[in-house]
Design a protein around this ligand. Structure first.
Ligand SMILES: C[S@@+](CC[C@H](N)C(=O)[O-])C[C@H]1O[C@@H](n2cnc3c(N)ncnc32)[C@H](O)[C@@H]1O
Length: 204
């Protein structure tokens, strides 16, 4: 990924994604997870404090391995065992139907082949297992969508390939998940960067 992507961006994300508003979202989206959970885009483990007590093991996937050391303190305080099992959500080194649930936060924007990654998530989750997600993406207002399309090439350059304009709900459903709950809303910040999709989708 290069010096910026490997050494700088993980530190930036560790700070920029740690605020109170996002922590409240993390807490909501992690609720209901249990058993063996796959977290794609583990980052610096900002979700670790919010894993509910029913979670036994988290299998973590992320290409930015610096995140593992940035997560050290959170991991040390957590009763949940976290195993780093892979680097790329597009090719998960896991057997089909081997995990109970999947957690993904602020990551579907960045994975290059997001359709493939979501198909992989669906493959490895057990029947009736759920994908819990909190992601920013395409707004439902044409004026903001136009800005998102304009700004995405710039955003991809400085933010590790992050797209502002991905329709998260559609991507999740296209991969074969059935939406069980979905909320869309703006968080604080400029509108093209702050349209959120928070929900749970189920594999049937
Ligand atoms: C904006 S950060 C979010 C990190 C974390 N999920 C959070 O909520 O704080 C996006 C993460 O996606 C990871 N990522 C990028 N490409 C990926 C891929 N192909 N598979 C899995 N994770 C990826 C990045 O390394 C980064 O840690």
């Amino acid at each position: 990924m290069g010096f910026y992507g490997d050494r700088v961006l993980p530190r930036l994300c560790n700070v920029l994604l740690a605020g109170e508003e996002l922590s409240r979202i993390r807490s909501r989206v992690a609720a209901g997870l249990s058993g063996v959970v796959l977290e794609v885009g583990f980052g610096s483990g900002l979700n670790v404090p919010f894993y509910p007590s029913g979670v036994e093991t988290v299998l973590a996937v992320d290409p930015a391995t610096l995140g593992r050391s940035l997560a050290a303190e959170r991991l040390a305080k957590s009763p949940v065992r976290v195993e780093f099992v892979g680097l790329d959500g597009e090719t998960l080194p896991l057997a089909s139907e081997s995990v109970d649930h999947v957690l993904v936060t602020w990551t579907l924007c960045t994975i290059p082949d997001v359709n493939q990654a979501l198909r992989e998530m669906r493959r490895v989750v057990r029947p009736e297992g759920q994908l819990h997600f909190a992601e920013h993406g395409r707004a439902s207002d044409p004026r903001i969508e136009r800005w998102q399309d304009r700004l995405t090439p710039l955003q991809r350059c400085w933010a590790g390939g992050c797209h502002l304009n991905r329709p998260v709900d559609q991507l999740v459903e296209d991969a074969g998940f059935v939406m069980s709950s979905l909320e869309t809303f703006f968080i604080k910040g400029p509108k093209p960067f702050s349209y959120m999709y928070e929900g749970v989708a189920t594999k049937y």
